[in-house]
Design a protein around this ligand. Structure first.
Ligand code: COA
Length: 212
């Protein structure tokens, strides 16, 4: 059976279509200022050659970004390593809940929650961030083409790149709305921590990791 879509690196002339998809995909979870930040990040990720698009008859129907931890030390230290540490040190729960309460006040919605998980990422200190590890950034599929396996295919393509580049872990901070995290669970990612609210629509964020 022929694949009706093609996955490849995003080229300059496809960026406008990617921006439009990002506006549609992210308008619920981000403020206008946040969305402007997302669009700027996408340009930088494309410039690093880390943006994939799925096209049908030359029209982008979805895109996905990634970075290596070495590309963005702030993400490495301030998000990934910090959240790994939180997932292992439950004595910080009250402090984390307090931080989430402030975020809830800022967004005016969402449930304050700190949820822990037990798996190889959280029960030992063996897995720690390395520069060559990958973090999945953005993922949006045109609503008309969702549930056709394109989001999964773009994620598998990023995992394959991580393997080729000798990453040992792929991380993602997922917008935990509806059943989005099922996509990662289907690909055998482990949940590391779930914190709410994480986005301006009140949804939590869930960090997950996949050991390669
Ligand atoms: C999340 C998103 C990227 C999924 O893309 P998609 O192409 O529709 O997903 P796929 O068809 O590849 O789904 C793969 C698996 O993920 C899970 N999944 C995806 N969307 C789901 C949904 N709405 N409800 C339940 N499970 C879902 C399922 O397990 C699915 O496998 P299955 O179809 O065999 O059951 C898409 O819904 C989207 O663009 N949403 C808006 C933007 C967004 O939320 N991005 C994610 C930020 S972290």
């Amino acid at each position: 059976m022929t694949t009706p879509y093609i996955i490849g690196a995003c080229r300059e002339h496809q960026l406008d279509a990617v921006r439009s998809l990002a506006r549609v995909g992210f308008h619920v979870g981000f403020t206008e200022k946040g969305l402007q930040g997302v669009l700027k990040d996408l340009e930088e990720i494309q410039a690093r050659g880390h943006l994939l698009v799925a096209t049908m008859e030359d029209t982008p129907v979805g895109f996905a970004g990634y970075d290596f931890l070495r590309d963005d030390l702030e993400t490495k230290e301030d998000y990934i390593q910090r959240q790994l540490d939180y997932s292992r040190h439950r004595d910080q729960k009250e402090w984390l809940r307090e931080e989430r309460r402030e975020i809830q006040e800022m967004y005016g919605c969402g449930e304050v929650l700190v949820e822990y998980f037990e798996n190889p990422f959280t029960v030992t200190e063996d897995i720690n961030t390395r520069d060559e590890d990958m973090v999945l950034t953005h993922l949006v599929i045109n609503p008309l083409f969702q549930r056709k396996g394109i989001g999964q295919a773009l994620t598998e393509a990023r995992i394959n790149i991580a393997r080729e580049e000798h990453a040992s872990v792929v991380y993602v901070n997922c917008w935990d709305r509806g059943s989005i995290s099922r996509l990662y669970e289907k690909l055998k990612f482990h949940s590391i921590i779930r914190l709410g609210p994480g986005y301006c629509d009140g949804s939590p964020l869930r960090m997950l990791g996949l050991s390669l």
